[in-house]
Design a protein around this ligand. Structure first.
Ligand code: NAD
Length: 295
Protein backbone atom coordinates (compact mmCIF):
# COMPACT_ATOMS: atom_id res chain seq x y z
CA UNK A 1 0.00 0.00 0.00
CA UNK A 2 1.22 3.51 -0.84
CA UNK A 3 1.75 6.64 1.22
CA UNK A 4 -0.05 9.39 -0.65
CA UNK A 5 -0.02 13.20 -0.35
CA UNK A 6 -3.32 14.67 -1.60
CA UNK A 7 -3.52 18.41 -2.35
CA UNK A 8 -6.87 20.01 -3.25
CA UNK A 9 -9.64 18.62 -1.06
CA UNK A 10 -12.70 20.13 -2.77
CA UNK A 11 -15.87 18.51 -4.11
CA UNK A 12 -13.85 15.89 -5.99
CA UNK A 13 -10.74 15.66 -3.82
CA UNK A 14 -12.47 14.66 -0.57
CA UNK A 15 -14.29 11.58 -1.92
CA UNK A 16 -11.25 10.58 -4.02
CA UNK A 17 -8.95 10.77 -0.97
CA UNK A 18 -11.57 8.88 1.08
CA UNK A 19 -11.59 6.04 -1.47
CA UNK A 20 -7.80 5.80 -1.27
CA UNK A 21 -8.10 5.43 2.52
CA UNK A 22 -10.87 2.81 2.09
CA UNK A 23 -8.60 0.66 -0.07
CA UNK A 24 -5.82 0.71 2.53
CA UNK A 25 -3.56 3.56 1.42
CA UNK A 26 -2.21 6.10 3.91
CA UNK A 27 -3.25 9.61 2.87
CA UNK A 28 -2.07 12.97 4.17
CA UNK A 29 -4.05 15.88 2.74
CA UNK A 30 -3.85 19.64 2.38
CA UNK A 31 -6.20 22.35 1.16
CA UNK A 32 -6.12 26.14 1.51
CA UNK A 33 -9.60 25.95 3.10
CA UNK A 34 -9.40 24.48 6.63
CA UNK A 35 -13.05 23.31 6.49
CA UNK A 36 -12.22 21.16 3.48
CA UNK A 37 -9.29 19.59 5.31
CA UNK A 38 -11.66 18.83 8.20
CA UNK A 39 -14.09 17.09 5.81
CA UNK A 40 -11.25 14.87 4.58
CA UNK A 41 -10.07 14.22 8.14
CA UNK A 42 -13.56 12.97 9.00
CA UNK A 43 -13.05 10.35 6.26
CA UNK A 44 -9.69 9.05 7.42
CA UNK A 45 -7.21 11.46 5.82
CA UNK A 46 -4.54 12.89 8.12
CA UNK A 47 -4.23 16.69 7.99
CA UNK A 48 -1.04 18.33 6.72
CA UNK A 49 -0.30 21.94 7.64
CA UNK A 50 0.98 22.92 4.17
CA UNK A 51 1.38 21.48 0.69
CA UNK A 52 5.07 20.78 1.41
CA UNK A 53 4.10 19.04 4.66
CA UNK A 54 1.65 16.82 2.71
CA UNK A 55 4.43 15.44 0.48
CA UNK A 56 6.95 14.55 3.21
CA UNK A 57 7.77 10.85 3.35
CA UNK A 58 5.29 9.84 0.66
CA UNK A 59 5.48 7.74 -2.54
CA UNK A 60 2.81 9.48 -4.60
CA UNK A 61 1.40 13.02 -4.80
CA UNK A 62 -2.07 13.68 -6.22
CA UNK A 63 -3.26 17.23 -6.97
CA UNK A 64 -6.95 18.01 -7.63
CA UNK A 65 -7.09 21.77 -8.20
CA UNK A 66 -9.27 24.28 -10.08
CA UNK A 67 -7.06 25.33 -13.02
CA UNK A 68 -3.65 25.19 -14.73
CA UNK A 69 -2.31 28.20 -12.84
CA UNK A 70 -3.09 26.40 -9.55
CA UNK A 71 -1.33 23.18 -10.59
CA UNK A 72 1.73 25.16 -11.68
CA UNK A 73 1.66 27.25 -8.48
CA UNK A 74 1.45 24.12 -6.29
CA UNK A 75 3.92 21.95 -8.24
CA UNK A 76 6.29 24.91 -8.66
CA UNK A 77 5.78 26.17 -5.10
CA UNK A 78 8.09 23.89 -3.18
CA UNK A 79 6.53 20.41 -3.19
CA UNK A 80 8.93 19.16 -5.85
CA UNK A 81 11.80 20.15 -3.53
CA UNK A 82 10.11 18.74 -0.42
CA UNK A 83 9.41 15.29 -1.93
CA UNK A 84 11.99 12.51 -2.34
CA UNK A 85 13.40 12.22 -5.92
CA UNK A 86 11.59 9.44 -7.76
CA UNK A 87 8.21 10.32 -6.23
CA UNK A 88 5.27 9.98 -8.61
CA UNK A 89 3.31 13.23 -9.19
CA UNK A 90 -0.22 12.87 -10.58
CA UNK A 91 -2.36 15.88 -11.50
CA UNK A 92 -6.04 14.94 -11.80
CA UNK A 93 -7.29 18.52 -12.21
CA UNK A 94 -8.80 19.49 -15.57
CA UNK A 95 -6.34 22.03 -16.97
CA UNK A 96 -5.06 23.38 -20.28
CA UNK A 97 -2.68 21.19 -22.25
CA UNK A 98 0.16 23.77 -22.19
CA UNK A 99 0.12 23.98 -18.36
CA UNK A 100 -0.02 20.18 -18.11
CA UNK A 101 3.10 19.91 -20.28
CA UNK A 102 4.81 22.63 -18.22
CA UNK A 103 4.01 20.71 -15.00
CA UNK A 104 5.57 17.55 -16.48
CA UNK A 105 8.64 19.68 -17.29
CA UNK A 106 8.94 20.89 -13.68
CA UNK A 107 8.66 17.31 -12.43
CA UNK A 108 11.31 16.04 -14.84
CA UNK A 109 13.74 18.81 -13.79
CA UNK A 110 13.28 17.68 -10.16
CA UNK A 111 13.82 13.98 -11.11
CA UNK A 112 10.23 12.97 -10.39
CA UNK A 113 7.82 10.73 -12.31
CA UNK A 114 4.68 12.52 -13.53
CA UNK A 115 1.28 11.93 -15.06
CA UNK A 116 -1.60 14.16 -16.12
CA UNK A 117 -4.71 12.16 -15.22
CA UNK A 118 -7.94 14.19 -15.45
CA UNK A 119 -11.20 12.43 -14.74
CA UNK A 120 -14.72 12.13 -15.97
CA UNK A 121 -17.61 10.93 -13.84
CA UNK A 122 -18.17 13.94 -11.59
CA UNK A 123 -18.76 14.01 -7.86
CA UNK A 124 -21.03 10.94 -8.09
CA UNK A 125 -18.25 8.97 -9.77
CA UNK A 126 -15.73 10.24 -7.22
CA UNK A 127 -17.95 9.02 -4.35
CA UNK A 128 -18.66 5.66 -5.98
CA UNK A 129 -15.02 5.12 -7.11
CA UNK A 130 -16.22 4.78 -10.70
CA UNK A 131 -14.25 7.63 -12.31
CA UNK A 132 -12.55 7.29 -15.68
CA UNK A 133 -8.93 8.48 -15.64
CA UNK A 134 -7.39 9.74 -18.91
CA UNK A 135 -3.63 9.62 -18.52
CA UNK A 136 -0.72 11.30 -20.25
CA UNK A 137 2.92 10.58 -19.49
CA UNK A 138 5.65 7.97 -19.74
CA UNK A 139 4.69 4.28 -19.56
CA UNK A 140 6.63 3.67 -16.32
CA UNK A 141 4.77 6.53 -14.60
CA UNK A 142 1.46 5.17 -15.91
CA UNK A 143 2.18 1.61 -14.72
CA UNK A 144 3.03 2.91 -11.25
CA UNK A 145 -0.09 5.09 -11.09
CA UNK A 146 -2.59 2.54 -12.43
CA UNK A 147 -3.24 0.49 -9.26
CA UNK A 148 -3.60 3.69 -7.23
CA UNK A 149 -5.99 5.29 -9.70
CA UNK A 150 -7.99 2.03 -9.72
CA UNK A 151 -8.82 2.69 -6.05
CA UNK A 152 -10.76 5.75 -7.23
CA UNK A 153 -12.05 4.70 -10.65
CA UNK A 154 -13.27 1.90 -12.86
CA UNK A 155 -11.33 2.79 -16.04
CA UNK A 156 -7.74 3.98 -16.31
CA UNK A 157 -6.65 4.71 -19.89
CA UNK A 158 -3.13 5.55 -21.07
CA UNK A 159 -3.78 8.14 -23.81
CA UNK A 160 -0.15 8.92 -24.73
CA UNK A 161 2.70 11.20 -23.73
CA UNK A 162 2.64 14.30 -21.49
CA UNK A 163 -0.58 16.29 -21.93
CA UNK A 164 -2.45 13.52 -23.77
CA UNK A 165 -4.79 12.92 -20.80
CA UNK A 166 -5.86 16.57 -20.81
CA UNK A 167 -6.24 16.48 -24.60
CA UNK A 168 -8.54 13.44 -24.32
CA UNK A 169 -10.57 15.08 -21.56
CA UNK A 170 -11.26 18.33 -23.43
CA UNK A 171 -11.99 16.55 -26.73
CA UNK A 172 -14.45 14.24 -24.94
CA UNK A 173 -16.16 17.11 -23.16
CA UNK A 174 -16.35 19.15 -26.35
CA UNK A 175 -18.31 16.23 -27.88
CA UNK A 176 -20.53 16.18 -24.79
CA UNK A 177 -21.22 19.95 -24.81
CA UNK A 178 -22.06 19.92 -28.53
CA UNK A 179 -24.17 16.76 -28.33
CA UNK A 180 -26.15 17.99 -25.31
CA UNK A 181 -27.12 21.14 -27.20
CA UNK A 182 -28.09 19.02 -30.23
CA UNK A 183 -30.22 16.72 -28.08
CA UNK A 184 -31.92 19.73 -26.44
CA UNK A 185 -32.70 21.24 -29.84
CA UNK A 186 -34.30 17.95 -30.93
CA UNK A 187 -36.47 17.66 -27.81
CA UNK A 188 -37.61 21.29 -28.09
CA UNK A 189 -38.41 20.83 -31.79
CA UNK A 190 -40.35 17.67 -30.87
CA UNK A 191 -42.44 19.76 -28.43
CA UNK A 192 -43.31 22.19 -31.24
CA UNK A 193 -44.23 19.28 -33.53
CA UNK A 194 -46.50 17.66 -30.95
CA UNK A 195 -44.21 14.64 -30.47
CA UNK A 196 -43.96 13.41 -26.85
CA UNK A 197 -40.64 13.34 -25.03
CA UNK A 198 -41.04 9.61 -24.41
CA UNK A 199 -41.71 8.86 -28.08
CA UNK A 200 -38.61 10.78 -29.20
CA UNK A 201 -36.57 9.06 -26.48
CA UNK A 202 -37.83 5.59 -27.48
CA UNK A 203 -36.81 6.17 -31.09
CA UNK A 204 -33.60 8.21 -30.70
CA UNK A 205 -32.16 6.15 -27.84
CA UNK A 206 -32.07 3.09 -30.12
CA UNK A 207 -31.54 4.76 -33.51
CA UNK A 208 -28.82 6.72 -35.27
CA UNK A 209 -29.37 9.75 -33.02
CA UNK A 210 -28.32 7.71 -29.98
CA UNK A 211 -25.69 9.29 -27.71
CA UNK A 212 -24.83 9.54 -24.00
CA UNK A 213 -26.69 12.86 -23.65
CA UNK A 214 -29.89 10.98 -24.52
CA UNK A 215 -29.45 7.56 -22.95
CA UNK A 216 -27.73 8.48 -19.65
CA UNK A 217 -28.50 12.15 -19.20
CA UNK A 218 -31.74 12.90 -21.05
CA UNK A 219 -32.38 16.68 -20.60
CA UNK A 220 -36.17 16.32 -20.19
CA UNK A 221 -37.71 14.73 -17.09
CA UNK A 222 -39.12 11.24 -17.46
CA UNK A 223 -37.26 8.89 -19.78
CA UNK A 224 -34.02 8.49 -17.72
CA UNK A 225 -34.91 8.43 -14.00
CA UNK A 226 -31.35 9.08 -12.73
CA UNK A 227 -30.79 12.15 -14.97
CA UNK A 228 -30.56 15.60 -13.27
CA UNK A 229 -33.63 16.69 -15.31
CA UNK A 230 -35.67 14.64 -12.81
CA UNK A 231 -34.03 16.44 -9.92
CA UNK A 232 -34.65 20.09 -10.80
CA UNK A 233 -31.41 20.17 -12.83
CA UNK A 234 -29.34 20.08 -9.67
CA UNK A 235 -25.72 19.34 -10.71
CA UNK A 236 -24.61 16.72 -11.71
CA UNK A 237 -22.03 18.34 -13.86
CA UNK A 238 -22.31 22.09 -13.34
CA UNK A 239 -22.76 24.37 -16.35
CA UNK A 240 -19.79 26.42 -15.12
CA UNK A 241 -17.53 23.36 -15.42
CA UNK A 242 -18.88 22.57 -18.90
CA UNK A 243 -18.08 26.16 -19.93
CA UNK A 244 -14.60 25.83 -18.42
CA UNK A 245 -13.93 22.67 -20.47
CA UNK A 246 -15.35 24.16 -23.69
CA UNK A 247 -13.08 27.20 -23.23
CA UNK A 248 -10.08 24.90 -22.69
CA UNK A 249 -10.99 23.12 -25.93
CA UNK A 250 -11.14 26.46 -27.76
CA UNK A 251 -7.76 27.52 -26.33
CA UNK A 252 -6.24 24.20 -27.40
CA UNK A 253 -7.82 24.39 -30.86
CA UNK A 254 -6.51 27.90 -31.33
CA UNK A 255 -2.97 26.92 -30.23
CA UNK A 256 -2.95 23.79 -32.44
CA UNK A 257 -4.68 25.33 -35.48
CA UNK A 258 -7.77 23.09 -35.07
CA UNK A 259 -11.08 23.93 -36.75
CA UNK A 260 -13.90 23.54 -34.22
CA UNK A 261 -16.85 25.73 -35.26
CA UNK A 262 -19.43 23.69 -33.31
CA UNK A 263 -17.15 23.67 -30.25
CA UNK A 264 -16.92 27.47 -30.52
CA UNK A 265 -20.71 27.78 -30.83
CA UNK A 266 -21.22 25.48 -27.82
CA UNK A 267 -18.82 27.61 -25.75
CA UNK A 268 -20.83 30.75 -26.67
CA UNK A 269 -24.16 29.10 -25.83
CA UNK A 270 -22.90 27.88 -22.44
CA UNK A 271 -21.40 31.34 -21.77
CA UNK A 272 -24.88 32.82 -22.28
CA UNK A 273 -26.45 30.16 -20.03
CA UNK A 274 -23.89 30.89 -17.29
CA UNK A 275 -24.40 34.65 -17.65
CA UNK A 276 -28.10 34.05 -16.90
CA UNK A 277 -27.11 32.74 -13.49
CA UNK A 278 -27.18 29.02 -14.32
CA UNK A 279 -23.50 28.28 -13.63
CA UNK A 280 -24.20 26.10 -10.60
CA UNK A 281 -27.03 24.08 -12.19
CA UNK A 282 -26.57 20.97 -14.29
CA UNK A 283 -25.37 21.49 -17.86
CA UNK A 284 -28.40 19.62 -19.26
CA UNK A 285 -30.48 22.62 -18.03
CA UNK A 286 -29.29 24.36 -21.21
CA UNK A 287 -32.63 23.08 -22.57
CA UNK A 288 -34.31 26.10 -20.93
CA UNK A 289 -32.17 28.48 -22.97
CA UNK A 290 -32.87 26.48 -26.16
CA UNK A 291 -36.59 26.58 -25.35
CA UNK A 292 -36.29 30.34 -24.89
CA UNK A 293 -38.01 30.23 -21.52
CA UNK A 294 -36.79 30.39 -17.91
CA UNK A 295 -37.53 27.52 -15.57
P1 NAD B 1 -13.30 22.52 -6.01
O1 NAD B 1 -13.23 23.98 -6.29
O2 NAD B 1 -14.42 21.99 -5.21
O3 NAD B 1 -11.92 22.02 -5.32
C1 NAD B 1 -10.67 22.57 -5.59
C2 NAD B 1 -9.95 22.68 -4.26
O4 NAD B 1 -8.61 23.10 -4.47
C3 NAD B 1 -10.60 23.70 -3.31
O5 NAD B 1 -10.93 23.05 -2.08
C4 NAD B 1 -9.51 24.76 -3.12
O6 NAD B 1 -9.51 25.32 -1.82
C5 NAD B 1 -8.26 23.93 -3.38
N1 NAD B 1 -7.10 24.73 -3.74
C6 NAD B 1 -7.00 25.72 -4.66
N2 NAD B 1 -5.74 26.18 -4.71
C7 NAD B 1 -5.04 25.48 -3.78
C8 NAD B 1 -3.69 25.52 -3.35
N3 NAD B 1 -2.82 26.38 -3.86
N4 NAD B 1 -3.31 24.65 -2.39
C9 NAD B 1 -4.19 23.78 -1.84
N5 NAD B 1 -5.48 23.71 -2.20
C10 NAD B 1 -5.90 24.55 -3.16
O7 NAD B 1 -13.26 21.81 -7.45
P2 NAD B 1 -13.69 20.30 -7.79
O8 NAD B 1 -15.09 20.27 -8.22
O9 NAD B 1 -13.18 19.41 -6.71
O10 NAD B 1 -12.80 20.08 -9.11
C11 NAD B 1 -11.40 19.88 -9.07
C12 NAD B 1 -10.90 19.66 -10.48
O11 NAD B 1 -11.59 18.54 -11.05
C13 NAD B 1 -11.18 20.85 -11.43
O12 NAD B 1 -10.07 21.00 -12.27
C14 NAD B 1 -12.42 20.42 -12.18
O13 NAD B 1 -12.52 21.01 -13.47
C15 NAD B 1 -12.21 18.92 -12.27
N6 NAD B 1 -13.43 18.13 -12.41
C16 NAD B 1 -14.53 18.40 -11.63
C17 NAD B 1 -15.68 17.66 -11.79
C18 NAD B 1 -16.92 17.93 -10.94
O14 NAD B 1 -18.01 17.41 -11.27
N7 NAD B 1 -16.81 18.68 -9.87
C19 NAD B 1 -15.74 16.63 -12.76
C20 NAD B 1 -14.60 16.35 -13.51
C21 NAD B 1 -13.46 17.11 -13.34
Amino acid sequence: MARIGFIGLGNMGVPMAANLVKTGHTVQGFDLVPDNVAKAQARGVSAAVSASDAVKGIDVVITMLPAGKDTLAVWGGGILKAATPGTLFIDSSTIDVASAKAAHGLAAEAHMFSLDAPVSGGVGGAEAATLTFMCGGATDAFERAKPILESMGKRVVHCGEAGAGQAAKICNNMILGISMIGVCEAFVLAEKLGLSHQALYDVASTSSGQCWAITSYCPVPGPVPAAPSNNGYKAGFASALMLKDLKLAQEAASAAGGTTPLGAAAAQIYAMHNAWGEGATDFSGIIHLIRGKGR
